[in-house]
Design a protein around this ligand. Structure first.
Ligand code: UDP
Ligand code: MG
Length: 316
């Protein structure tokens, strides 16, 4: 099979038939063999009925229905697990992404041998203040932390080689950073292509303002995981040792000062009246805890299943 199209959806009943017909038309005119996998992420409208109908009309249509709404990342994860074709294309169900882009996305993966091609909605049809500006900031931060020069990390329209989707773990709300996850796994042939974008035809956006707070927190997580996820001791051990050292030096200083004063018969104060005492106490405790955090992190990594640690390019 040439192409698997993965479509996560939440309450998109009005769009599905139109989207299906459009994709089917493109596939037929390009002679692609394909499957369309709809993942119903807990819709409460008639979306699943429509998907069932479509699968009766067209044997290329498959569906997964979630028990409740788990989020777009989970929907993509479930889709990625099931797909079969050499090239996997994801798109939103709301007709904002255009199926006309499929042939080009396919070509870039097969002919130009990219691992991942991300759409770039160069001209966006979304609310300016609510989306365009924050998303610019967001993409800038993602570019800086990941080193990938993409303009539109969170574009729903993307294409992948099959092995890429089988080896990345999209969880939480990480669908915004799939290119970063892919790069993290060593799939570094990543590029972007300008895609058409339409205004939402039916229904409303499913993400509120929380997309920005969650988005930034996820960015921090991903940055942190990329940098220290495989070697927590390098961060926590260093910080911990540094803290502990401060405490250790402070203790030495307090002790030496007291002894020195006693020896020379100066007036002394109680060790616990010296502010350095509290600094020493706090830094030594915090230092030990940081060190332990790093150590436990290393132990957890050690006992974790050893799959997914590397990708093999060739074996002879
Ligand atoms: N979606 C989903 N689960 C969710 C939220 C959204 O499967 O919890 C789907 C939604 O139906 C659409 C795609 O993800 O197909 C993108 O969502 P939306 O269009 O609301 O996002 P926006 O275009 O506003 O970024
Ligand atoms: Mg949309």
């Amino acid at each position: 099979m040439d192409i698997s199209v993965v479509i996560p959806l939440l309450n998109e009943e009005e769009s599905l038939q139109e989207l299906h017909d459009w994709i089917a038309k493109i596939m037929q005119s390009n002679h692609f063999s394909y499957e369309i996998l709809f993942i119903d992420d807990g819709s409460t409208d008639k979306s699943w009925d429509v998907v069932t109908q479509l699968s009766k009309q067209n044997s290329c249509v498959k569906g997964i229905q979630f028990l409740q709404n788990y989020g777009k990342s989970q929907a993509l994860h479930a889709g990625f697990k099931k797909v079969q074709a050499d090239v996997v294309i994801t798109m939103d169900a709301d007709l904002q992404d255009s199926p006309e882009e499929i042939p080009e996305l396919y070509r870039l993966i097969t002919k130009e041998d990219y691992h991942l091609v991300s759409g770039w909605k160069k001209k966006r049809y979304d609310s300016k203040i609510r989306k365009n500006f924050p998303s610019k900031l967001f993409n800038w931060a993602a570019r800086k932390t990941s080193g990938l020069s993409l303009h539109d990390f969170n574009c729903g329209l993307k294409s992948y080689k099959l092995k890429v989707v089988k080896n990345i773990d999209v969880y939480g709300e990480m669908h915004r950073y799939i290119p970063v996850l892919a790069k993290h796994q060593g799939f570094n042939r990543i590029t972007e292509t300008v895609v058409q974008h339409q205004a939402r035809k039916y229904g409303e956006t499913k993400f509120g303002m929380s997309r920005f707070t969650n988005g930034f927190l996820d960015l921090l997580t991903i940055w942190f995981l990329t940098k220290f996820g495989k070697r927590p001791m390098h961060l926590f051990g260093l910080l911990g040792s540094f803290m502990f050292l401060i405490g250790f030096l402070a203790t030495g200083y307090i002790g030496a000062l007291k002894l020195y004063k006693l020896y020379h018969g100066f007036k002394t104060i109680l060790v616990t009246d010296n502010p350095w005492f509290y600094i020493a106490l706090a830094t030594m405790i915090i230092g030990t805890q940081l060190f332990l955090a790093g150590f436990i992190g290393e132990l957890i990594l050690r006992s974790k299943q050893r799959e997914n640690r590397y990708q093999i390019k060739d074996v002879i």
